[in-house]
Design a protein around this ligand. Structure first.
Ligand code: ZN
Length: 63
């Protein structure tokens, strides 16, 4: 199970891997912040896109 926590450290909810299909907005009962929870797989995908974007900028270290 994956624990989804607020920035203040309060546990918002637990979910199984792949249980969240889209973005979930949940308000923290402790501090009142609205947290946007997104699927873990989508987050990893974004990171990969960002990395490949850096590769595509044309910068190559000289050998
Ligand atoms: Zn909170």
């Amino acid at each position: 199970m994956q624990e989804n926590r607020c920035g203040c450290g309060a546990l918002l909810f637990r979910s199984a891997a792949g249980a969240i299909a889209g973005q979930v907005d949940i308000k923290c009962r402790r501090c009142g912040t609205v947290n946007s929870i997104r699927p873990i797989e989508a987050r990893q995908h974004e990171r990969r896109e960002r990395l490949s974007g850096e590769d595509a900028c044309g910068f190559r270290p000289k050998r």
